[in-house]
Structure formats: C-alpha cells, structure tokens
Design a protein around this ligand. Structure first.
Ligand SMILES: [Zn+2]
Length: 358
C-alpha cells in the first residue's frame, strides 16, 4: 500500500488504537472548512484495510446508522488489519437531506474525480486519494432512491472473483451481477484494484432496525472471511442466489395502488403485484408480474401515473433455482434477520390479499 494507514495529515494512529478524524475536504459557500468525519480503527496486527462507506448519496443514511452502531457497540474484536469507517461520504448532500451535491451533480458519477474539475469532481478526488487509495476492500452502503424501498441485496461485478468473495461473505439472499455505472465509487474503485460491493437496503431518510442488523451482520461476516476478527463461524442467509437480470414492472394507468406483495416475496408468472384503483375504490387495472422472481424493490408511493415503477423483480437463472428459493422463503424461521426484514419492510406499505376466482 502506498499511503501509511497510520498517518493522516498531522494525526497518527498506532496499531491497536482507533481514532475519530476529520478530513479537510473543501470549503462551504461562506468560506467555512468542510470536513469529512471518519474513523480509523487499527488492530494490533498488520492485515487488510477494509473500508465501509455510506451516504455517497446524501439522503441514504441507513448505512450511516449502522456505522455509528458499529462504533458504539462493536460486535467483534478486531484482530488483524484496519477498518476504515466513513459514515457520510456526501457530507454536503447530507447537510441538506438530499442525494445530490450543491452543484446538483450525483457524486456517485464523479469518481475518481478531478482536482481541477467541478465542485463534485474535486470532492470525489480527495475522497479517492485520501480514503479509497488506502483500502484493500470496500463495502459501499446505499438505499433505494426516494419513494422506494429495497429488500437488501448486494451488487457486485461477478467477473471479478474478489468481488464475488466479498459479496458471498456479506451474506444477502440476492447478489445482482453488475459492474455499476461509469463514475460510481464501486466501479472506479474496482478499476484501481480495490474489490468493492454495494449494499442496497431500505429507504432514504431512515435508519431502519432490521436493515441496520443485516448491515452489521454483513460487515462482521466480511471481516471474519478475511480472518480479521475472532469469529470462528459466520451467520449467513438460508439461501443465496446470483442473478444476472432484474426488471422494473410499471403501471400502465394512473391510479391509487393497493399492493398484494411485499419486499422479499417470491412471485410467480401472472401473480398480482398491485391493483390500481380510483380514489373512490373502483378498479382500473390489476398489475401482474410477467415473470417469476424475488421482489427486490417496491414503490412506497401508492399514487402512480402511466410508466411509474411498481415493483423491481430479481430474476433467478432457472425455474429450479426459483422454486428452491421460494420454498426456502416459505420456511424462514421467525427469529431470523431474513424474516424480520420481510416483516419490517412490509409495514411501509399496505399489503392486501387479492381474492381471485379461478
Ligand atoms: Zn445510492
């Protein structure tokens, strides 16, 4: 590694210590210093540097909550290597409760950045040079965009075996194979030799309890995979699939939705996802799934127009795989995180059963 993990400007962090730092990253409109809070957590021994970043989109703060919990109540002892925690990457968006930077750019399209470029480009460059260039592995935490929720899933470039190792170890039920958009932190970090995964889980503007649990479990699993903690075995999901394709199912008409599925459900072909009604309850359209799969994302906004997204379906690679996952979901035990996630995320929407005549 080119930059010493124990040296941050004037600050020094010795092996076996952890320290809260503020990295100078820019200036506000009024000329005040903008600083990025981060924690460098060194174990007594040399080892990999794993970074966990959240809120690259400034309103996606579920991961920020998980990182805070991790710092306050560490669920493991760090034996080897270093953990680098950045609870809010887009600190300027976070200050305004928004996804974007003040120059209206999406920071997650600006990496690796440019030190003589736009505000976002310069910001991205400092983060890339000061944080990402010190890392061996990266976990980047996201949520669904505004008015949607995501059942937790991991995005990874499955042509890169180190990314697959990270994704599998984290332990979500669904891994989506993708390289990510150009300029995204994940894609650019992988290009520079830092295997990276993205977690997509929950909603904006919230710290959701079961999403936080799942995130903490995933981070602990990854550290255990690299031998960085004292854990001897990790806790994973009862099933795990890699999907090559996902699709949004959209409303054809304008209306007010009644949902018939919840995040994390398995759906079969032609299964009703939602009924679109008028405000006085007459039926406009039953929106059905044209394919089998797992409901990975949903709108939380029941008022829709033609073309608005309703449900995001992850498509298993075969019917056999689909049936296996469906059976596993039916048999989830009540105490598992997988079951809690389904219960909690379903409370954000009203789900009714559609009685259909055969
Ligand atoms: Zn995001």
């Amino acid at each position: 590694m080119s930059i010493d993990i124990g040296k941050w400007g004037e600050s020094r962090i010795a092996p076996g210590h952890r320290k809260r730092l503020r990295l100078e990253i820019g200036k506000s409109f009024s000329g005040a210093n903008i600083t990025l809070p981060l924690m460098v957590w060194r174990s007594p021994e040399e080892g990999p540097v794993v970074a966990v970043t959240a809120a690259v989109h400034g309103d996606e703060i579920n991961g920020s909550g998980a990182i805070r919990r991790l710092i306050q109540e560490p669920p493991f002892t760090l034996r080897n290597g270093t953990l680098l925690l950045v609870p809010v990457v887009n600190i300027m968006g976070f200050e305004r409760h928004t996804r974007y930077m003040p120059d209206r750019r999406d920071l997650n399209r600006c990496f690796p950045g440019n030190s003589s470029g736009s505000l976002s480009g310069r910001f991205a460059r400092v983060i890339f040079d000061q944080v990402i260039s010190r890392c061996d592995y990266l976990i980047d935490l996201h949520t669904a965009a505004v008015r949607r929720t995501n059942f937790p899933n991991v995005r990874a470039d499955c042509d890169n075996e180190d990314c697959v190792r990270l994704a599998r170890a984290f332990g979500c039920e669904v891994i989506v194979n993708s390289t990510g958009p150009d300029g995204s932190l994940r894609k650019e970090a992988v290009k520079r030799g830092c295997p990276t995964i993205v977690l997509e889980a929950g909603e904006v503007w919230k710290v959701e309890p079961s999403v936080q649990e799942l995130t903490l479990r995933g981070i602990a699993n990854v550290l255990a995979e690299f031998g960085m903690t004292d854990a001897t075995e990790s806790e994973g999901p009862p099933h795990q699939i890699i999907v090559q394709e996902t699709r949004w199912i959209r409303s054809e008409t304008g209306g007010f939705l009644q949902f018939h599925v919840a995040p994390g459900d398995a759906v079969s072909v032609d299964q009703p996802l939602a009924t679109s009604t008028s405000l006085l309850g007459s039926e406009n359209e039953i929106i059905r799934s044209p394919l089998q799969g797992i409901v990975m994302g949903m709108t939380t906004m029941p008022a829709v127009g033609p073309g608005d997204p309703v449900a995001h379906i992850a498509m298993p690679t075969s019917t056999r795989q689909h049936l296996r996952v469906e059976k596993s979901i039916d048999h989830l035990e009540s105490h598992t995180i997988e079951n809690q996630l389904r219960e909690h995320l379903a409370t954000n929407i009203t789900v009714t059963v559609l009685e259909e005549e055969n």
